[in-house]
Design a protein around this ligand. Structure first.
Ligand SMILES: Nc1nc2c(ncn2[C@@H]2O[C@H](COP(=O)(O)OP(=O)(O)O)[C@@H](O)[C@H]2O)c(=O)[nH]1
Ligand SMILES: [Mg+2]
Length: 458
């Protein structure tokens, strides 16, 4: 990527294709000079929003609205103009080509936000959140990305960083004046403080799981022996007949996967081939292997039982499989067919398996489905009503993990006598990892990798 800082860039900021209006952005030190050469208006000069025409010599190219943003109070921190043109690709191309001819360069992906970062309008975590917001697939992930853009995540990082800076200052005082008795903080006090910083970092690390769920969704696999109502449950959740439902055991031979948004979160529901002792044919055998594969990738398992009939050897076979594979994926026991007389009772600890919940439903009458979805969201740890979720990506996660390790080392070293210098070194490492999250002293190739994921025009 070849981002220059001193030229003027332009790109279409709205989606490609036909639309009522489209917005072209122009940013850089010559932005006003360039637009003045191709924009004809009768609006008074002091107006921020001006109506007029884009002109190519004597030819009117389009009727437009130009909004002028004067540096430094702009998205990029530079002089910036947004030209609202008619949303026809031919017009858009004409205006862009005219801008190139007049001295602007086509912007690279993410270059407007990159300039915002360079000019201190956004730190790196805030800039990354812009990309997250645009690509958010659900309301909950968009909300979390917005929290980051508003600085929710960055301010937490800055607070931890400031606390560590404070600690380093105390450590350095002892290094600079070892013989003088100006011990501002006792060793115990320093250790207590480090413990609290460690906890702060751990709290953020814990939020990563939720961030991942908000972005990628929850994989929910429906498993159980044949004819318990797995496919019926998938259909009930989706609200349509996606999977074939019959009274013939072994109807579902392959996995069926569908994604829906539920409580603001993408749910990928996977219906599987029933697990049973006696297998009819080789297709069913392959289907059961797929079921086992699906189980390993699931975030939550819905083990569905037919509550109108007694347990049999197939249920025990599934329990044995779980015990052997030592999976620690949360399992919800679902007693289906609650519309029929009950013949089966389970406790939270049945046949050596611990269930997170036991839920009674009827896939046929769609009773209990909403309650089940609530439970899944709760187990995943994502609350629909909670507004303060943050968007922590894998880059942040690795750096937070490094911060945590450096803080643990600081703590361990501090327990030793006369080791404040090494403790100081480790604390500075922790501080540097946090700086990297914010984009301070960060390598160019890392910046290139981050911004190259952005779309053009952002
Ligand atoms: N009474 C009743 N029958 C159900 C219910 N859910 C499924 N069934 C029936 O049970 C049989 C097997 O259902 P299916 O969804 O194909 O089970 P799967 O093999 O586990 O996928 C079908 O005849 C369904 O109509 C339910 O809640 N109540
Ligand atoms: Mg089925």
């Amino acid at each position: 990527m070849n981002y220059l800082k001193n030229d003027t860039i332009t790109a279409l900021s709205t989606a490609v294709g036909k639309s009522a209006t489209a917005v072209i952005r122009l940013s850089g030190q010559n932005a006003f000079e360039i637009i003045n050469k191709i924009f004809q208006t009768n609006s008074s000069t002091d107006k921020q929003v001006k109506y007029g025409y884009i002109i190519n010599g004597c030819e009117k190219v389009d009727e437009v609205i130009c909004t002028f943003f004067k540096s430094p109070h702009t998205y990029t921190g530079e002089d910036l103009i947004e030209i609202s043109v008619h949303g026809n690709p031919i017009i858009i191309d004409k205006v862009l080509n005219l801008l190139y001819k007049t001295g602007a360069r086509p912007a690279e992906g993410g270059e407007f936000t990159y300039r915002a970062f360079l000019n201190g309008k956004k730190d790196l975590a805030e800039a990354e959140a812009v990309c997250n917001l645009i690509t958010s697939a659900t309301a909950a992930s968009a909300k979390a990305a917005l929290n980051n853009i508003f600085g929710g995540f960055s301010s937490k990082i800055k607070t931890i960083k400031d606390n560590i800076t404070n600690l380093i200052a105390f450590l350095e005082v002892n290094l600079d004046h070892p013989e003088e008795d100006i011990m501002f903080l006792s060793r115990e006090e320093k250790l207590t403080r480090i413990d609290s910083h460690i906890q702060d970092v751990k709290n953020l690390l814990n939020s990563y799981k939720i961030s991942k769920i908000l972005q990628n969704g929850i994989n929910v696999a429906i498993i159980g022996k044949p004819n318990t109502g797995k496919s019926s449950l998938l259909n009930a959740i989706l609200g349509r007949n996606r999977a074939i439902v019959t009274a013939i055991a072994g109807t579902t031979t392959d996995t069926i996967e569908e994604t829906i948004e539920c409580k603001g979160i993408p749910f990928t529901i996977i219906d599987t081939a029933g697990i049973r002792d006696h297998i009819n044919n080789s297709i069913e055998l392959i289907g059961q292997e797929r079921t086992k594969e699906t189980i390993t990738k699931a975030d939550i398992l819905l083990w569905i039982f037919d509550s109108s009939s007694k347990l049999d050897k197939n249920d025990i076979k599934i329990a044995d499989y779980f015990k052997k594979s030592c999976t620690n994926i949360p399992i919800i026991a679902i007693l289906n067919k609650s519309d029929l007389p009950a013949n089966l009772y389970l406790t939270k600890n049945s046949f050596g398996i611990t269930f997170q919940n036991i839920i009674h439903i009827s896939a046929k009458t769609e009773t209990g489905i909403s309650d089940l979805l609530d439970k899944i969201v709760k187990i995943a740890g994502v609350s629909e009503t909670q507004n303060n979720h943050l968007m922590i990506n894998s880059r942040h996660y690795i750096l937070l993990q490094n911060t945590l390790n450096a803080l643990i080392k600081t703590k361990n070293v501090l327990k030793l006598k006369d080791a404040d210098e090494i403790a100081c070194f480790e604390a500075i490492n922790a501080q540097n990892y946090l700086n990297e999250i914010l984009g301070i002293n960060i390598k160019q190739d890392i910046l290139d990798a981050i911004f190259s994921n952005f779309c053009i025009g952002k």
